[in-house]
Design a protein around this ligand. Structure first.
Ligand code: SAH
Ligand code: F3S
Length: 483
């Protein structure tokens, strides 16, 4: 299903098991990327050890935390609206409530937040969550508290995250933090800092724990997972200074993926996000080698025009991207790919836009996330390029891309009809309590009658019908390979 992400719909309040003896109540909600949802689990875990249990009820919370997104202006506006809502609750119902802002907007706006939004007591950037207990003591004593220091080595590898709002089947495990790519439109390198990788042993230990608790699918997370590189800690950019021994024993993404898939053969692995410039063919070969690495890659392209890609500081041309995709299809013919695309980047012409449309035709993505360009203060694009594509042109180009993607998605989903495919059951279908919903390896949602199957089981489903984004089928038995 092609999705134009609507940040307003992404807020989610999260709850975990309660710990006896904890007397304070935390209401935490997350906006934006999967990394934010994963980070909120780390934050809840830290506060869980410091006297807080979570609540789903904003009105009786002692502490409200909102994990924020800065990726587009609209995302920030959504958070501002949420703060107004907290303000109303504090004024009318719960005067003792404290409010903290976490994540990318905290990092971007820093102390400006405390001045602009009087409701906010606490501002904490993505690398400073371990300081939360200290910061909360400050707040309890009546002072505003802030820590937005970005770190060279914080990966939270030693924190075992509590799983919030979990179905007990799927979990996120973060493997890298930050990003060094400096795409000219993107605020992430400023809000999440330089790229660093997490120690492989702590990743494996976290997956082992998930395995022991019955989880069946792990999504390895990073802004740019292909760039994963462990050589004893520290920033990726300092790898050049590593000793010969550190270099010889370093672990890259291919090795990490291979290790995960080998150690946990009955768990499925996915990863996100792949950046074309850092994606190696060895990763694709490792995927082809292991049944339990899903045949799906999120491979953002942003634009089909080489000129625009250059302006965006994406380190590849249209032709190089297409060559990579062709190679991927050659190695794993039934793989599915998804994209991120930005329309109306500064200087984008009608011809550049046509290049993006023709790229979609060539690649045939199963689905995608499409956005119109939103200028972000401080980025290279904001400093060097005028935001010169009129809003209505951005929107028109966006709707043309979304429409074409939808047509292609239907074709792509139809290719599964008649096939028997392995599906991991994840939840009850939203449409019917008689049906399960899960995904095939290619990440397409599959809905089928429950019969006697259970959540967390891998079943073979025969595909009988579909819409552009959902397959409808009937289970024909358990998967032999995964059970
Ligand atoms: N690490 C990922 C992207 C993270 S941001 C990568 O390798 O591409 C997620 C998506 O948001 C990006 O892929 C891009 O399509 C979109 N995005 C980022 N900055 C944007 C901006 N200023 N305006 C519109 N969309 C943007
Ligand atoms: Fe952003 Fe580009 Fe990194 S989109 S997160 S700077 S790969």
């Amino acid at each position: 299903m092609e999705k134009v992400i609507d940040e307003e719909k992404q807020g989610e309040s999260l709850v975990l098991d309660q710990k006896a003896g904890n007397t304070k109540k935390l209401f935490i909600e997350s906006y934006g990327c999967q990394m934010n949802f994963s980070d909120s689990e780390i934050v809840a875990s830290i506060l869980y050890e410091n006297g807080y249990n979570t609540t789903q009820n904003l009105e009786d919370a002692d502490l409200v935390l909102v994990n924020t997104c800065s990726i587009r202006d609209k995302a920030e506006q959504t958070i501002r609206k949420r703060l107004q809502k907290y303000n109303a609750v504090k004024r009318d119902i719960n005067p003792n409530m404290k409010v903290g802002v976490l994540g990318c907007m905290a990092e971007r706006l820093k102390s400006q937040f405390l001045e602009e939004e009087k409701i906010v007591d606490l501002v904490v950037g993505p690398d400073a969550y371990k300081d939360l207990p200290n910061l909360l003591s400050e707040v309890e004593e009546g002072r505003d508290a802030i820590n937005v220091i970005l770190s060279k080595d914080e990966t939270y590898g030693d924190i075992s995250p509590v799983r919030l709002n979990s179905n007990g089947v799927n979990a996120f495990v973060s493997i890298t933090r930050g990003c060094d790519n400096m795409c000219t439109f993107c605020v992430v390198p400023f809000t999440r800092g330089r790229e660093r990788s997490r120690e492989p042993q702590s990743i494996i230990a976290e997956i082992q724990d998930l395995h022991d608790k019955g989880f069946k699918e792990v999504m390895l997370l990073g802004q740019n997972v292909d760039s994963y590189l462990w050589y004893g800690g520290g920033l990726k950019k300092d790898f050049v200074k590593a000793t010969a021994m550190e270099k010889a024993t370093s672990v890259d993404f291919t090795q990490l993926l291979d290790q995960c898939a080998t150690l946990f053969p009955k768990m499925r692995f996915r990863f996100s996000t792949s950046n074309p410039q850092d994606m190696h063919i060895e990763v694709i070969e490792t995927m082809a080698k292991h049944h339990n690495i899903c045949n799906y890659i999120h491979l953002p392209v942003q634009s089909g025009s080489t000129r625009i890609l250059k302006e965006m500081n994406r380190q590849h041309t249209r032709e190089e991207y297409i060559a990579l995709v062709d190679k991927i299809y050659e190695i794993i013919p039934d793989i599915s790919l998804s994209q991120d695309i930005i329309t109306g980047f500064p200087t984008e012409t009608e011809e550049d836009h046509q290049d993006t449309l023709s790229l979609l035709e060539h690649v045939k993505y199963d689905f995608g996330f499409m956005f119109s360009y939103s200028e972000r203060p401080g980025t290279m694009a904001a400093r060097k390029l005028e935001d010169d594509v009129p809003e209505e042109v951005k929107k028109r180009r966006l709707s043309e891309i979304v429409a074409l993607q939808q047509t292609i998605a239907l074709e792509r989903t139809q290719r599964f009809l008649g096939q028997e495919m392995e599906v991991l059951i994840e939840r009850e279908s939203k449409r019917s309590d008689q049906q399960w919903s899960g995904r095939n390896s290619q990440n397409t949602v599959v809905v089928f009658p429950k019969e006697n199957y259970k959540i967390g089981e891998f079943v073979m489903v025969k595909m009988t019908d579909c819409t552009s984004g959902t397959l409808i089928g009937k289970a024909v038995g358990y998967s032999e390979l995964m059970n």
